[in-house]
Write a new protein. Sequence first.
Length: 510
Amino acid sequence: MAESKIEPLTGFRLTLAAIGLALANFIVILDTTITNVSVPHIAGGLAISPSQGTWTITSYAVAEAITVPLTGWLATRFGTYRTLLFSLSGFALFSVLCGMARTIELLVALRVLQGLSGGPLMPLTQTLLMRIYPPEKMTGAMALWGVTTISAPIFGPIIGGYISDNWSWPWIFFINLPVVLICLFLVTQLIARYETDTRKERIDAVGLGLLVLWVGSFQLMLDLGREHDWFASTGIVILAITAVLGFCAFVIWELTDTHPVVDLRVLRHRSLWVGTIGIAMGFGGMFSMIVLVPLWLQSVMGYTASESGHAMALVGIFAVFMAPIAGKLMERFDIRLCITLGMLWLVVVSLMRTSWTTDADFWALALPQLLQGFGMPFFFIGLMSFAMSSVPAQETASAAGLLSFMRTVSGAIGTALATAWWDDSTRIARAEMVGTLNGGRDVMAKMQASGMTEPQARAAVERLVDAQAATVGANHVFMIAAGILFVAAWLTWLAPRPTGNFMSGAGGGH
């Protein structure tokens, strides 16, 4: 078909089609955060620990990251429209099956399949929005896509918390079905004629296999290491060796293959490799806190999923308002300075969390979330723009896919490491507290005098110690995250200041 002769949509039909594509983008990004505040409910429902419950987050993120680089090949081989339909249908099917799962092993396997289906939806919806909109309205199309990209992580904790508290955790997955059905109806009615030409492209099967091997082995090592005493376990050692050898083989293969699944050759551009490292460190540090804060709020502070969701969602208030302001500032001043100052602001916010105690009220805990929004656009939009600034047009798709892959994988790694560090730090803090506990017998005596039995008083003291230890452990993780963000804040100075209209590169990396 002659793609260039297809007329863009207009009027009400354009609005409906845009809503359908925006909803598809919204729902797949929503699922990256909707489970965060629901982890304690999932853990309770499946009789597992909260740290095991975070596997539902990491498995989805890793699977999604693996399919992002494949999106271009899938669209070329099967067509953009057909690939979108297949991804939406698979996402809906596995969402329903996730809600029906009653073991953690099955749920993780289904979350992997859900992530594999959802991964292509973000780049595909962006591509089709650009096809259905007339050129003079392209800015509006990208604004709509950007709003769904930014707002979905904000609504995720709120929706997840409300559903978990008022219904049950499986509904955080069932809720996807009606939304996807609306998307499928609008897409099939309005988008079908915007199908792209197809051709038989060779897929880099070896590169894909090595990608799955090293990422999967590395993630399994992080998720299972804590339970198997890390490198004291032969299985963990084997996973670590597999991950290292698989990564080395993957890099060598991708640099020599003519049609790599992940084009690592684009990293010859200095701003891209600097920006990629910054994004990996930044998202790893931030996502570790995004996952840990609601876990701590619910398991230690006694917050409901809804209350912790409201606290988490405050990060989006200033992030949305600051986005256009940040864009203007980065066009006017050295973007490297803007990124550094924005990320240093995130460091300050992270350090605010290190002073949290079990006596803090809601607003003391919510304030860092609210203030974090000021720095988010400088980090997210700024680093994406900076990374893409030196990439030529013909390599934009490869570079954007690499950035999306790195961002998603680093978030999963940050989640796994944060929960591991939290458990370890909590255990160490508890041992130190028990060894130096003063007045424990006096406290127990007072409790018994108030009517408690000795076992009840001992259990109450243990709960107090556990809560304090978990808080100290969480503060240690926040300190580590602040250190990672501090290092990432200065990385942009390793590359020269971008020139020209570099801000136009921001969209492709979302």
